[in-house]
Design a protein around this ligand. Structure first.
Ligand SMILES: [Zn+2]
Ligand SMILES: [Zn+2]
Ligand SMILES: [Zn+2]
Ligand SMILES: [Zn+2]
Length: 140
């Protein structure tokens, strides 16, 4: 009996369950217009747990100051960087996908940088590639 009513209770969109395995922590949270829990810091009420997570996207710890979507983008970026698929523009912070060929990269912000070492290039390709002490090659 109790189990059934608990299940019905946890089916409500306003009831969020702690994502820690084997933790029974539940918390009622405000629901947004789309019938999903609002993005907020859910702190598990179980004293031995106290997990911090987002009530909406369930990411732990809670992505303070970011929307769920923005934190997704951020995680995607971290993954791309970890795999070495892109370099971050040193001028504006945008991720620029690596490509084969010329390693002199130009960002949409007009920032130029080296595709190999990621350093900003300010005086044209010739100021970085082929300069003594720089092992990067302009064409790979
Ligand atoms: Zn918990
Ligand atoms: Zn979230
Ligand atoms: Zn840029
Ligand atoms: Zn370089």
């Amino acid at each position: 009996m109790l189990k059934i009513s608990l299940e019905a209770y946890t089916q409500q969109p306003s009831v969020v369950r702690c994502t820690r395995p084997n933790c029974e922590g539940l918390l009622e949270v405000p629901v947004g217009g789309d019938e999903r829990p609002a993005a907020m810091n859910f702190t598990c009420p179980v004293p031995s747990c106290r997990r911090s997570m987002c009530a909406r996207c369930k990411k732990s710890p809670y992505h303070e100051g970011l929307s769920c979507q923005a934190s997704d983008d951020k995680e995607g970026e971290i993954e791309i960087l970890a795999k070495g698929l892109a370099k971050r523009c040193p001028r504006c912070g945008r991720l620029i996908e690596k490509r084969d060929g010329c390693n002199h990269m130009t960002c949409v912000c007009k920032g130029e940088f080296c595709n190999v070492c990621g350093v900003a290039i300010t005086g044209g390709a010739g100021s970085h590639f082929g300069v003594p002490g720089v092992s990067c090659r302009q064409f790979s």
